[in-house]
Design a protein around this ligand. Structure first.
Ligand code: SF4
Length: 660
């Protein structure tokens, strides 16, 4: 018996043993494992993978003997189980290198969460109301198969999270077997723009790998790589080596971003770009490199022509940056032995693809592609590029299948998501919790917790998602097939378009930037109390996220920290506490994503506001990604501070801060 199987220990005969108990008792049901294989008080560390985000950090899971209370024949009895006590990074894993972020550490709370779905459930009330009754798996699968069989296959929409590997392949095979369109990734955290830019410039399939730890001088543009972007553990670990891992070199980081993110806070210099001005900034960088004869390799002729035509002064004025300061940075970047530009779209704008494409060409000009300290190709991906046009797909949906996605939370109201969920013939969720979208579902067919797939025995009557799909395919008499490759996106030429903002500036004077948060990511982490208790890096708020505004706006609105603000766009309104951020760019309001779930367990439901809910329905043209930063808002004070907790308020009092 190997170590993993050894821990699949919940006894199938435990029920029989418990059934023999004649009184309410604390009688311990033994595990059916030889005593020599589990020693009370001794730990085992088993390898696994964190699935809290798409980075997929390798982990080591500490497992020990534990006890849980279960009901057997109407009696409460105790049962010995293998219990997960702690999760750490796997030192041999190339991504985590032995480290984990807070979300990875907290994932153990997801396994033991009191509000996990414990088995299949069927709607008993109205859609949108969380009223469900337990059913058997046979009944649930029969109902699901019936609803799928009756639907027009072209109107079956499968929304997924940002999965890699076998799970995305299983879903693609299932939809192909049904004759349905390929699955659609409905997530704010799959980084389609970064993937598309790498495909356009280098022909790569996947997220590029930046060798930050061997770079000498890094220019970050729009990618909060130590915060909510891509792979914070991987880049956090690299950043440590970039700074302190070499005897003779301390890496220099300059971060150009439209808010003082975690990465910008850790940088040597922050260049506060106006929202959506990243393409203009990078064109100016390229032109200065050309003018200073610091180019090591010429880009393709049309790109070279576009950069040669760039007017540095005008572009940097549009970015809101001082030209002298930028010229200094570019000179240092160009002269560095190992320069690197690390660009992304932490806050997606309508022109973010242009920015990331331009950054790749700047890397090409700096001669670092494929070199130590440069940009490298991703590992070969098993799956073809995914479709991210969730709102477009939902518009034609008759049956909606959902796994690892939560469209009722991550899509703005203006997208019409609630109309679709209300009128669809069937909505079926495979998620582990009754979340915002689950409340609109007809059937809940909960998956195991990821730790139950390879570390411990399932605690409840859940079922592995892949098994549920296979069972459904059998009932539908369809055989899962290899997926067909989706059509390619249209070609892209480098442009320098200004960002598109929706809303009349006279009525809605502020630009609004919801961003992926360190603790809750795209909102999926907010059901865990450890993450609610983790102070927000910007405001130090716990159990409630604020809107960040600049001191000048705060003075105009007569707002102090914690006062309640109304944030209003053409598409909706919400209220949240204000955090007067000394380094916020005047006229730009920002808010971490995570709060405002209508349904997501006892710790997240009804807490705070969802900044995504009021966004305009603007989608990046080439990929279909939701434009997070394209909505103008109006702010007003509605009430004095109430019930808002800051962990370290005195450190963050409003004070003078010259960000220029
Ligand atoms: S970055 Fe954090 S949440 Fe993402 S896989 Fe790694 S540990 Fe998990």
């Amino acid at each position: 018996m190997d170590r993993r199987n050894f821990f699949r220990i919940l006894s199938t005969s435990a029920g029989a043993l418990a059934g023999g108990c004649s009184r309410k008792t604390d009688k311990l049901i033994p595990m059916l494992v030889p005593e020599h294989e589990i020693v009370p008080g001794e730990e085992q560390w088993l390898p696994s993978v964190c699935t809290e985000c798409a980075a997929g950090c390798g982990t080591m899971v500490r497992v020990m003997e534990g006890v849980r209370q279960v009901e057997r024949s109407g009696e409460q009895v105790l049962q010995r189980i293998a219990a997960v006590k702690k999760i750490e990074g796997d030192p041999h894993d190339p991504v985590s290198g032995g480290r984990l972020c807070a979300r990875g550490q907290a994932s153990v709370q997801s396994l033991y969460h009191p509000d996990r779905l414990r088995g299949p459930m069927k709607r008993t009330g109205e859609r949108g109301q969380p009223q469900f009754g337990a059913v058997t798996w046979d009944e649930a699968l029969a109902v699901a198969a019936d609803k799928i069989a009756k639907a027009d296959p072209s109107k079956i929409v499968f929304l997924t999270g940002p999965h890699a590997g076998t799970r995305s392949l299983a879903i693609a095979r299932f939809t192909d077997a049904l004759g349905a369109p390929a699955p659609v990734v409905c997530s704010l955290a799959d980084f389609p723009l970064e993937r598309r830019a790498a495909e356009i410039v280098f022909g790569w399939n996947g997220l590029p790998d930046y060798d930050l730890e061997h770079a000498h001088y890094a220019l970050g543009v729009g990618a909060d790589f130590l915060g909510g972007w891509a792979s914070p553990v991987y880049y956090g670990r690299q950043f440590g080596n970039f700074r302190q891992g070499r005897r003779a070199v301390r890496g220099q980081l300059v971060q150009a971003e439209s808010r003082l993110s975690v990465t910008a806070s850790a940088a040597d210099r922050w260049l506060p770009l106006g929202p959506g001005s990243e393409p203009q900034f990078l064109a100016a960088v390229a032109r200065i490199l050309l003018d200073s004869h610091l180019v090591r390799k010429e880009p393709p002729v049309p790109v070279l022509a576009a950069f040669q035509a760039a007017d540095v002064s005008a572009l940097l004025a549009a970015c809101g940056l001082e030209e002298k300061r930028v010229r200094e940075v570019v000179q240092e970047l160009g002269e560095s032995e190992a320069p690197l530009v690390l660009a992304g779209a932490s806050i997606v704008q309508s022109n973010s693809l242009d920015a990331i494409v331009a950054s790749h060409y700047v890397n090409l000009m700096l001669g670092n592609v494929g070199k130590p300290g440069g940009i490298r190709a991703p590992a070969p991906a098993a799956a073809p590029p995914a479709n991210h046009r969730a709102a477009e797909a939902l518009a034609r949906a008759e049956v909606v299948l959902i796994e690892g996605a939560n469209p009722a939370y991550t899509l703005p109201r203006s997208s019409g998501v609630f109309d679709v969920l209300a009128r669809a013939a069937a909505v079926i969720s495979f998620n582990r919790f009754l979340d915002d979208t689950g409340a609109w579902s007809d059937l809940l067919l909960p998956d195991h917790d990821p730790l139950e797939s390879d570390i411990v025995q399932p605690l409840y009557d859940t079922r592995a998602f892949e098994q549920t799909l296979a069972d459904l395919a059998r009932k539908l008499n369809r055989e899962n097939r290899s997926p067909t490759t989706p059509a390619q996106s249209p070609a892209h030429t480098l442009g320098l378009a200004a960002p598109a903002f929706e809303g009349d500036p006279a009525q809605y004077p502020h630009t609004f930037q919801p961003y992926l948060s360190l603790q809750f990511h795209d909102g999926r982490g907010s059901h865990l109390p450890w993450l609610q208790e983790l102070p927000d890096p910007s405001s130090s708020a716990i159990w409630g996220l604020p809107v960040e505004i600049d001191p000048q706006t705060a003075r105009q609105l007569r707002v102090s920290n914690g006062d309640i603000l109304r944030v209003e766009s053409r598409h909706g309104t919400f209220e949240a506490p204000a955090y007067v951020h000394p380094a916020a760019i005047p006229g730009v309001a920002s808010m971490p994503i995570g709060d405002g779930h209508s349904h997501y367990g006892r710790y997240a439901s009804g807490r705070g506001a969802n900044p995504l809910s009021i966004l305009a329905p603007i989608w990046e043209k080439s990929t279909g990604a939701l434009v997070l930063g394209g909505t103008r808002v109006r702010l007003s004070r509605v009430a004095a501070r109430r019930d808002w907790i800051q962990f370290a308020a005195p450190d963050r009092e409003e004070r003078g801060f010259d960000h220029r």
